[in-house]
Ligand binder design. Structure first.
Ligand code: ZN
Length: 242
């Protein structure tokens, strides 16, 4: 089975369309979405509808949570708060209900899917260091755990003796006896200096996880953000991948 695993679309329909097209070309048989369909970008409704129709499994992200009205944007930056409150006004009742109905954690075959951390999924903590990975390994049972939230692709492993390490995100051959936490990066707002949309492919037959970067129409996504009067920084950062 080939699973395309992606996260953090953030209302960027251009990036999502490019990722869906790439996943199809790469032979994905199932699409797994790790949350934050909305927030920041100018196409929250269309992006959410696309996720709803294409993803076999979806979990909820912190921006989805706030956009659905389940929480106020207390820990959000000013730009993020402005965009998520704008988003909340633009979602239909059906779209908000779809978000409200999403689980925070899903288990598929031998992997766990969660937006932020398996340790405390609705606390929206960041998992961005080996130490943070270490405290998260005991909190899921499966061989792999896919996460998003930081918008930074990353690979952490733990061997059978409890030793941990990291690997550069690329073509990863899964080792016997190792467990993994894999951050699949962001579709719609990458922050690792590479503006191309990011997703991962988990091939259960080959025992590999591979990362893909996909060009998309950044200018069009930027135009829509500016046209809607959303913070200009949200448009600018897309071209820089920050
Ligand atoms: Zn996000």
């Amino acid at each position: 089975m080939r699973y395309a695993v992606c996260s953090d679309i953030h209302g960027n329909l251009e990036a999502l369309s490019a990722v869906c097209a790439s996943a199809e070309v790469e032979g994905a048989e199932s699409l797994i979405f790790l949350g934050d369909a909305v927030g920041y970008g100018a196409d929250p409704g269309p992006a959410l509808d696309r996720v709803k129709s294409e993803a076999d499994v979806s979990v909820i992200g912190n921006h989805d949570y706030v956009a659905a009205g389940m929480e106020q944007p207390i820990d959000f930056s000013p730009d993020a708060r402005e965009a998520v409150l704008w988003t909340r006004e633009r979602l239909s009742r059906e779209q908000r209900e779809y978000l409200t109905g999403l689980d925070a954690v899903a288990v598929v075959e031998d992997f766990t899917a969660v937006h932020a951390t398996p340790l405390d999924p609705l606390a929206w903590e960041y998992l961005s260091s080996q130490w943070e990975a270490e405290i998260n390994f005991p909190s899921f049972e499966t061989r792999l755990c896919f996460v998003g939230h930081t918008h930074l692709p990353a690979v952490y492993w733990e061997d059978s003796r409890g030793r941990t390490g990291t690997e550069r995100p690329g073509l990863i051959s899964l080792q016997n006896g190792h467990r993994y936490i894999i951050n699949v990066g962001s579709v719609g707002q990458p922050r690792d200096g590479d503006p191309r949309a990011c997703y991962a492919m988990y091939d259960t037959g080959r025992g590999t996880v591979d990362f893909f970067r996909v060009d998309y129409d950044v200018a069009s996504a930027q135009d829509k953000i500016l046209k809607e009067g959303l913070p200009t920084h949200l448009a600018r950062r897309l071209a820089q991948g920050i």
